[in-house]
Design a protein around this ligand. Structure first.
Ligand code: HAM
Length: 415
C-alpha cells in the first residue's frame, strides 16, 4: 500500500458532522412522532442480505440489480449484497417471522443506510439514507392513501419546499405484459428515433423508455399508448378510490400516466414526491403498491404498499433547524482545590444541568472566552479556596461557600 497519501471517504459517500447530525436526529424524531401514533412499528433489517433477495425482489432487468449493487462473496462463498432498498428485506422479515399470523395489515417503518453504485452528484450518493414505511397484508385503497398522506405530512412538518406529488397506476402484471407488447410494437414503429439504451432494452423492459432523458425518445414517448388507459376494471376502480381519498384529504396531486419507478415489484398505485428545490435529482421520495412481491419471494399472495424517502434529499429542501444550544454551565479551572473540578462537573450533571469543563489547558481568560464561544449561560469558577458563580448574561459574579450553594445559585441564574 502506498504510504503518505491523503485518506478520504470513498467516492459518493459523506461524513455526517454534528450540525448535520442534529438535523437528522430532528427529522428522525419527526418521523417517529408521525408514524408511531398511526400504528407503524419500527423495523430494522440487516444492511447486507443474500443477493438473490434483490435479484428476485427488485427485478433482474432493473438498473439497480444490473449495475448498481455492491455485491461481494463472504468467506463461505455466499453472494451477499449491501441493501440497495428496503422493501425486499422488510418483506423477507415479514415472512421469516410469520407476521402474516398477526392481525393485518402489519405496519412498519424504518430508517437507515442504503447503497447504490450510481454516478455521484448533488443529492445522489453511493451510501445514502432512507426513511420508509411499509403496510403489508391488505390491498385496501385506504392504505395507499394513508401511506401517501404520511409522507406528505412528514415533508410538511420538515418544512420541505416546492413539493409536488405525482400519482399513477401500473395495474396488474398481466395488464402490464399486454401493455408492454403494445408499447414495444409502437416503439419499434419509431425505432430509429430512440436512444441506443432504450433500443437495447426494448425486449426486456420497454417501459423504461418513459425514464429516458434522450430528446428523440421523449418525443416518441409523448404519443405512446398509456398504461393508465389500459387498466382492467378492478384496478381502475382501485385507483379511482385512492384518488377520491386523497381528494377528500385535500392533498393535491398530478396524474402521471407515464410514471415509471426504478423497481419491478410495483402493481397498481405508484407515486413520487418531487421538490422544485432539488436539481436534476428531483425525487424526494416515492413508492407504491407491491401486491406480487411476497409471492415472488416464495411466500403466499400477500399485498403491500409503502414508500421510502431520501433523508439527505429531505434535508436539502427543508428547513429542519436545530440551533446549537450552549451548556447551562461551563466549569472554569482556576487553581482548583476547593472541590476538584471534575467532581463539580459530575455534581452539576447529576443536578440536571448541561455542563462542560475546561479540558484543553487554557488560561483563565482563555477559558472565559471558550465559555462565551460555546454559548454557556453561566460559569462555575473553581479556585484554590473559592468557588464562584458567574451569570454570563449580566456578568455578575459571586462567591459561594460550597458546591451545594453553587447549585442553588446556578439554579437562580438559569431560572
Ligand atoms: P426509490 O425511489 O428507489 O424507492 O428510492 C426512494 C428515495 O430514496 C428516492 O426518492 C430518493 O430520495 C432516495 N434515493 C434513492 N437513491 C438515492 C441515491 N443514490 N442517493 C440519495 N438518495 C437516493 C425505493 O427505494 C423503494 N424501496 C420505495 C418503496 C418502499 N416502495 C414501496 N415501499
Amino acid at each position: 500500500m502506498a504510504a503518505g497519501g491523503k485518506l478520504q471517504a470513498p467516492r459518493g459517500t459523506f461524513d455526517v458532522l454534528p450540525e448535520d447530525g442534529r438535523r437528522r436526529s430532528q427529522l428522525r424524531a419527526l418521523s417517529e412522532e408521525l408514524f408511531e401514533p398511526a400504528g407503524y412499528g419500527p423495523v430494522d433489517t440487516p444492511i447486507f442480505e443474500a443477493t438473490e433477495l434483490f435479484a428476485r425482489g427488485v427485478g433482474e432487468t432493473t438498473d439497480i440489480v444490473q449495475k448498481e449493487m455492491f455485491t461481494f462473496e463472504d468467506q463461505g462463498g455466499r453472494s451477499l449484497t449491501l441493501r440497495p432498498e428496503g422493501t425486499a428485506g422488510v418483506c423477507r422479515a415479514y415472512m421469516e417471522h410469520g407476521m402474516h399470523k398477526q392481525p393485518q395489515p402489519v405496519k412498519l417503518w424504518y430508517w437507515g443506510p442504503f447503497f447504490r453504485h450510481e454516478a455521484p452528484q448533488a443529492g445522489r450518493y453511493r451510501q445514502f439514507n432512507q426513511v420508509g414505511v411499509e403496510a403489508i397484508g391488505s390491498d385496501d385503497p385506504s392504505l395507499d392513501a394513508e401511506v401517501i398522506l404520511l409522507l406528505s405530512e412528514l415533508l410538511t412538518r420538515a418544512g420541505a419546499q416546492g413539493v409536488r406529488l405525482r400519482l399513477g397506476s401500473l395495474g396488474t402484471p398481466e395488464t402490464r405484459r399486454e401493455y408492454s407488447d403494445e408499447l414495444r410494437d409502437y416503439l419499434r414503429s419509431r425505432e430509429a428515433e430512440l436512444s441506443d439504451e432504450v433500443r437495447a432494452r426494448l425486449d426486456a423492459n420497454p417501459l423504461r423508455a418513459f425514464d429516458s432523458d434522450h430528446p428523440g425518445t421523449i418525443a416518441v414517448v409523448k404519443d405512446a399508448p398509456k398504461l393508465l388507459d389500459r387498466l382492467n376494471e378492478e384496478d381502475a376502480a382501485h385507483f379511482a378510490e385512492v384518488r377520491a381519498l386523497l381528494d377528500e384529504a385535500g392533498r393535491d396531486y398530478e396524474i402521471d400516466a407515464a410514471l415509471v419507478r426504478g423497481l419491478d415489484y410495483y402493481t397498481r398505485t405508484v407515486f413520487e414526491f418531487t421538490s422544485d428545490a432539488l436539481g436534476a435529482q428531483s425525487g424526494v421520495g416515492g413508492g407504491g403498491r407491491y401486491d406480487g412481491l411476497i409471492s415472488q419471494l416464495g411466500g403466499p399472495h400477500i399485498p403491500g404498499v409503502g414508500w421510502a424517502a431520501g433523508i439527505e434529499r429531505i434535508l436539502m429542501v427543508s428547513d429542519v433547524e436545530v440551533p446549537g444550544v450552549g451548556p447551562d454551565v461551563y466549569v472554569v479551572r482556576d487553581g482548583g482545590g476547593a472541590v476538584t473540578e471534575f467532581k463539580a462537573l459530575g455534581a452539576l450533571r447529576e443536578a440536571g444541568f448541561t455542563a462542560q469543563m475546561e479540558q484543553a489547558g487554557r488560561s483563565v481568560k482563555g477559558q472565559f472566552k471558550q465559555a462565551d464561544r460555546l454559548g454557556a449561560k453561566s460559569v462555575l469558577v473553581v479556585g484554590a479556596d473559592t468557588l464562584s458563580v458567574r451569570d454570563m448574561n449580566t456578568g455578575d459574579q459571586r462567591e459561594v461557600p460550597d458546591i451545594a450553594e453553587a447549585l442553588a445559585a446556578l439554579k437562580e441564574v438559569l431560572a
